[in-house]
Structures are given as structure tokens and as C-alpha cells.
Write a protein that binds this ligand. Structure first.
Ligand code: FES
Ligand SMILES: [Fe+2]
Length: 408
């Protein structure tokens, strides 16, 4: 069935239809404002709770955007907490990497020791100090909360909203997706020379697929009726957004993928998407030829869900023209050798697709930085791109936050 003609211009008329200026993608001053007014005020996903399942399990996360390092640790009470990775003695980082069942954290500089709840436990040669308020010298906490097994932090002194209020409709619609039944089968990371928004834009429209992915994903999307794989729906949800990507029902897999699918569902070939076992926020229109949904949790976190797999991206801005990117791909634990091979096929197939996107966004950024182009033109299919710039602008122009996160 043909997608309706230009369906979003009426529904989201307030976003306009004109070209966008490129200053937000190229200006170092604009980038510094984003750092403080967006990344220091938003809830930011950092990991999954089951990355640290047992008390004392921890991982250190370097949040380069805010020049911060934090420790995520599960306490004796089972709660996941976040702390600044900075010793209260003279500021040294107290942990590195990740670990299992740590009793706590001992600073490598002079041995101050903290327990799993961040409290200062032991100070070597304590008698030599003066009026040390030990009870107040625990690791400094960072606001931390969990939604659907995803751990988020907030670097504001006092977050303007709870995590649930921040995620709003996107959170309630997607929260029941069976994330906990799937395990990571691949993780990649990369430093990419592109502005974080330019980078994100390449993952929130399907217009480019027929060109950038013409070989790696040949025939997966696009039909005679819909050659450019129009999104089957786009939902703008406050600062967040979601879109559904359809699949070509006549897709004929290459022989290796066909073999892979013989034993298990794979990246492009899945169980029947019309099954109603998904939460309302996934494929909300129950599109028969559903491939996957793009979910953008503002500002920098994606959860793309399908039948039998999901993957996440983190786009951590480092500089106006550089982004640290992380990716994790989740499927069910394989139960047989055939399923194991199928997982491997999917892992590599998606890697190849992503490398094409990376090469493209670096070339885009290089051209934008030259100043040759000072406006970009967006089609109705690129409404999510338009929404992103409007939301970013709303956050930058809202010094005092209200009861709901600035959206557009
Ligand atoms: S800086 Fe940590 S013990 Fe001295
Ligand atoms: Fe792509």
C-alpha cells in the first residue's frame, strides 16, 4: 500500500517547511551551549541494569560530553547508584573499567576506601587529619534512576523532572517491550568526525537507504509502489520521537541469509510482525510489513526495536564536529548451533550497514564545516530531522525549565 502523500506537514504544521540553517551543526559556540543547557539537564542513559546484576558489580562510564567520569554500582540493597568517580581526598579517580562483586573502591593514590553505597569507610593514617567530616565525605552521588531495565543519570543539581515524567508517552508505550529476554550479541564503538545531530539525522530517516545501503541491504526496503521506503509512521513525543520502518514483503534474501534464517530469525527476516505481543509503543499501527521502529530518547540515545531483536546507539558529543558512538545489539540467547550462526550473520550484516552510515556522515560534516552550504532542505519524510533541530533550539532558549521537558 502506498504511504499517504506528505503526511506530516499537516500534523506537525508548527515545525514549518522551510530550509534549516547550518549553524547548529558547525558552530563551536552553539555546541558549548548544548553541552550545558541540554546534556547537563537531560536524563542520559548510561547502561542496562543487568550489566551490573549483583551487589558490588560496577562499571565506570566516561561521559566525555560533560568531561565527567561516573561509577555505576549495585549496592547491598540491590539498588543501582551513580557516583562521580572522584576521591574526596584530593580528587583522584577511584575506579576504572568494570568489575564483579567488589567490596567497594579504594583510591589508588593514598588508599581512602569507599563502600558499595559510596560511603567513606577508611582513611589511612587518619589521626594526621584535622576535623575530617567523614560522614559527609562519601563519593558524590549523581542522580540515577531506571526505566525498563535501562539506567539513566542526570547531572543537574536538581533534575527538573523524574525519569518517568521525562520519558513521558514514549516511556509508557515502550516500557513493556521484552528487553529483559534479549542479551547483547555485539557491541561496537567508534569516534566519528561528525556533529552529534548530523550523525543522529542519518539514523532517523529512511530516505538514504536506497542509496547508502543499496548493496548491503538491497531489496530489504523499497517496493515498486514505494521505491524510497517511506516511513509507515512518525510520532513526535515532546522532545523524543519514534518512527516505523516498513519492509519489502517480496524481499528475497541472498543464499547465506536464507540459510541463516532456516535455523532462526535474522536481522531482516523475522517472526510475523503482526503478532500482538508487542507493547503499544512498538509498531503502534500494527503494520503488516513492519521491519523495525526507531525510538530516539532525547538527546542522544536510540532504542530501535523489532521482532526478536533490538539495538541501542549512544551519540556522545565530544566537540562540535566529533562524536563518540556506542552500539549494542541484542537478540535471544542462542539455543543451538544453527541459532548461533544466525546471530553471527545478523551481527555482521548490521555492522556493514552501520559502517556505510559512518562514512557518509563524516563526508557530510566535512562539507558543512567548509561553509559551502549554509542551509539544508528537508522533505516531509525527514520530519524527524526537522523535529530534532526545533527541540534543541527549544532547550537552548529555555533557561528555566517547566513541568514538562521542552519539546517541539
Ligand atoms: S586522592 Fe584519593 S586517597 Fe588521596
Ligand atoms: Fe543508514
Amino acid at each position: 500500500m502506498n504511504a499517504p502523500q506528505r503526511p506530516y506537514v499537516q500534523r506537525y504544521a508548527h515545525l514549518g517547511t522551510g530550509p534549516l540553517g547550518t549553524e547548529p551543526m558547525t558552530s563551536p559556540a552553539y555546541f558549548e551551549r548544548e553541552r550545558e543547557l541540554i546534556f547537563r539537564r537531560a536524563w542520559l542513559n548510561v547502561c542496562r541494569a543487568d550489566d551490573i546484576p549483583e551487589p558490588g558489580d560496577y562499571l565506570v562510564k566516561n561521559v566525555q560530553t560533560l568531561r565527567a567520569s561516573i561509577i555505576l554500582v549495585r549496592g547491598d540493597d540491590g539498588k543501582v547508584r551513580a557516583f562521580h568517580n572522584a576521591c574526596r581526598h584530593r580528587g583522584n579517580q577511584v575506579a576504572d573499567g568494570c568489575g564483579k562483586r567488589a567490596a567497594g573502591f579504594a583510591c589508588g593514590f593514598h588508599g581512602w576506601a569507599y563502600d558499595r553505597q559510596g560511603a567513606l569507610q577508611y582513611v589511612p593514617d587518619e589521626e594526621q587529619f584535622f576535623d575530617l567530616p567523614k560522614a559527609e565525605l562519601g563519593l558524590k552521588p549523581v542522580h540515577c534512576d531506571t526505566w525498563a531495565g535501562f539506567v539513566f543519570v542526570n547531572f543537574a543539581q536538581r533534575p527538573a523532572w523524574t525519569l518517568d515524567a521525562y520519558l513521558g508517552e514514549l516511556g509508557t508505550g515502550l516500557g513493556d517491550y521484552p528487553f529483559h529476554t534479549l542479551v547483547p550479541i555485539a557491541r561496537y564503538q567508534a569516534r566519528v568526525k561528525a556533529n552529534w545531530k548530523v550523525f543522529i539525522d542519518a539514523f532517523q530517516e529512511s530516505y538514504h537507504a536506497a542509496f547508502v545501503h543499496r548493496l548491503s541491504a538491497a531489496g530489504v526496503g523499497g517496493t515498486n509502489d514505494d521505491p524510497y521506503t517511506h516511513l509507515s509512521s512518525v510520532r513526535l513525543l515532546g522532545p523524543h520521537r519514534a518512527a516505523s520502518v516498513p519492509m519489502n514483503p517480496a524481499y528475497v534474501p541472498p543464499p547465506t541469509e536464507a540459510l541463516s534464517f532456516k535455523y532462526a530469525s535474522s536481522l531482516w527476516l523475522q517472526a510475523d510482525a503482526r503478532e500482538q505481543r508487542f507493547p503499544p509503543g512498538a509498531n503502534p499501527e500494527r503494520h503488516a510489513n513492519w521491519l523495525f521502529d526507531i525510538n530516539v530518547l532525547f538527546p542522544h540515545f536510540f532504542i530501535d526495536v523489532a521482532s526478536g531483536w533490538y539495538f541501542t546507539y549512544h551519540f556522545w558529543p565530544v566537540a562540535v564536529d566529533e562524536t563518540f558512538w556506542e552500539y549494542a545489539f541484542y537478540m535471544a540467547e542462542p539455543q543451538s548451533a544453527g541459532e548461533r550462526i544466525s546471530r553471527e550473520y545478523s551481527r555482521i550484516a548490521l555492522r556493514d550497514v552501520l559502517r556505510e552510515d559512518h562514512a557518509t556522515v563524516e563526508r557530510t560534516q566535512a562539507a558543512l564545516m567548509s561553509g559551502a552550504v549554509d542551509r539544508i532542505w528537508l522533505s516531509d519524510q525527514e520530519i524527524a530531522v526537522r523535529h530534532q533541530y526545533a527541540v534543541v533550539e527549544a532547550w537552548l532558549s529555555t533557561p528555566t525549565l517547566g513541568p514538562t521537558p521542552p519539546g517541539a
